[in-house]
Ligand binder design. Structure first.
Ligand code: TAP
Length: 426
């Protein structure tokens, strides 16, 4: 795959600027909406091709790319198409203006979906874009570029640059960019924040997480077990908002753990292109090493490790679904983002203790609550410091719903009306 250097970044930014000051800048909201609808429809028409490519590139099960990633990517374009001609009614004043050229850097865990999260609101608001996909997962972004060409957007409106961190760095530092939108690790997010400080560029950061999925003793336990599985094993746990810390009330901890283990015994790990696969491949050797190292630290620090009997394929990068019980808050596996199929289980006795443990993290992206009591859901939601809170469900996404974090999980929101704010001078 080509590695875009500083000259390529220059050319892409110049093309985006020319489109912004030229044909795209002159395109009315109504016409921008038509282009976005067209992109959404072509993604739907070519959904199978996108799904196969996404699974080949990323390693995620085809069932997920087919049923989640691709439909949600199309849904984002549909949703923001609806806003393009209604910006003056979006609550940002009577005449909100676009920012100009947006530089967008995305990670490898949801390659097409993250591209849609970035491009759809930016274009709806009237900006032009230069997007850099992750080094290991550029393929669906390139297919999306083809689709955008097919949809007839003026040349230069969307530019996709392949390359590694150095390409991202050059894009972030480029003086011709008016806004930086980044999704990725907290470490790189901090670096970007430093690089952008004092330049006047607008910045949004969607970073890591270490979410608590809190199960009370009155929760519908079978449903909760499904939510725990979906919370941490969806996309091999390569999910910033993954429910990677299970906080379970002590009185039901043994029952939940037993049922969870039984359920994990039924998951199928293997070929991402097999429709029956539940858990696919780890995206890269580097990520596998990171997961392996953190899981080893969990054992060394005294937590009890368990995985179902599960044969791993000979070729490729794989990690079995893993549960650590007896985890204490000081353990690295309770503090650091593993970004893999590894669940840390902690217990609590009272709601107050659950809140204290859930909030004991430098992150603040998401959380889950499982209980039959509506009043308890509200009580918890008011106290959990997380940008997204699910009740009696987990990992549900909708383009109309804003997503983003607090603290080291970043700032700014993507999705919903709020997602427009990051791309408007309002
Ligand atoms: P990062 O290493 O941060 O990479 C993210 C993107 O930034 C990649 O395209 C990467 O390029 C690029 N990049 C690396 N160094 C850069 C620099 N100095 N300047 C500009 N760009 C740079 O993260 P990752 O390993 O790909 O993704 C996993 C992380 O993303 C996890 O921590 C996860 O929590 C977080 N994440 C957060 C969210 C939200 S919504 N909060 C969503 C998904 C993922 P290359 O990788 O191509 O070299």
């Amino acid at each position: 795959m080509a590695q875009a250097g500083p000259t390529d970044v220059d050319r892409a930014v110049a093309a985006a600027r020319a489109a912004y000051e030229g044909p795209w800048g002159a395109t009315s909201g109504r016409d921008r909406a038509k282009y976005l609808y067209r992109i959404a429809r072509v993604i739907q028409e070519r959904a199978r091709e996108f799904a196969v490519l996404e699974s080949l590139d990323n390693g995620k099960p085809i069932r997920e790319s087919r049923d989640v990633d691709i439909p949600l990517a199309a849904a984002h374009f549909f949703y923001y198409a609806g806003w393009a001609d209604k910006l003056e009614h979006a609550g940002f004043g009577p005449d909100p203006r676009p920012l100009g050229v947006a530089g967008q850097v995305i990670p490898w865990n949801f390659p097409l979906l993250m591209a849609a999260w970035k491009l759809a609101p930016a274009l709806a608001a009237g900006n032009t874009c230069v997007l850099k996909p992750a080094e290991t997962t550029p393929l669906t972004a390139l297919l999306l570029a083809e689709v955008i060409g097919e949809a007839g957007l003026p040349p230069g409106t969307v530019n996709i640059l392949t390359g590694d961190g150095a390409t991202g760095q050059a894009l972030v530092a480029h003086p011709g960019v008016d806004k930086i939108a980044f999704t990725g690790s907290t470490e790189v997010g901090k670096e970007i924040q430093r690089a952008v400080a004092g330049t006047g560029k607008k910045l949004t950061l969607e970073l890591g997480g270490k979410a608590a999925n809190v199960v009370f003793d009155d929760a519908p336990l079978d449903q909760a077990v499904e939510g725990i599985v979906n919370g941490i094993f969806f996309n091999q746990g390569h999910v910033c908002c993954a429910g990677s810390r299970l906080l379970v009330q002590e009185s039901v901890a043994d029952t939940v753990l037993d049922r969870l283990k039984r359920r994990l015994g039924t998951l199928r790990l293997g070929d991402p292109l097999d429709k029956n696969t539940d858990i696919g491949a780890i995206n890269s050797r580097e990520q596998l090493d990171k997961i392996t190292e953190l899981a080893a630290a969990g054992e060394q620090e005294g937590a009890e490790r368990w995985s179902p009997a599960c044969a791993l394929p000979d070729r490729g990068y794989w990690f079995p679904p893993t549960v650590f019980s007896g985890v204490s808050q000081a353990h690295r596996i309770a503090q650091e983002e593993i970004f893999g199929p590894v669940l840390s289980v902690l217990t609590f006795r009272t709601p107050e203790e659950a809140v204290a443990k859930a909030n004991n993290t430098p992150y603040g992206l998401s959380a889950g609550i499982w209980t039959e009591k509506g009043s308890r859901i509200f009580w918890m939601a008011q106290r959990l410091r997380a940008g997204v809170i699910w009740a009696n469900t987990y990992n549900r996404f909708d383009p109309a719903s804003p997503f983003g974090g607090y603290q080291e999980s970043g700032f700014g929101r993507e999705g919903g009306r709020h997602g427009l704010a990051g791309y408007l001078d309002a």
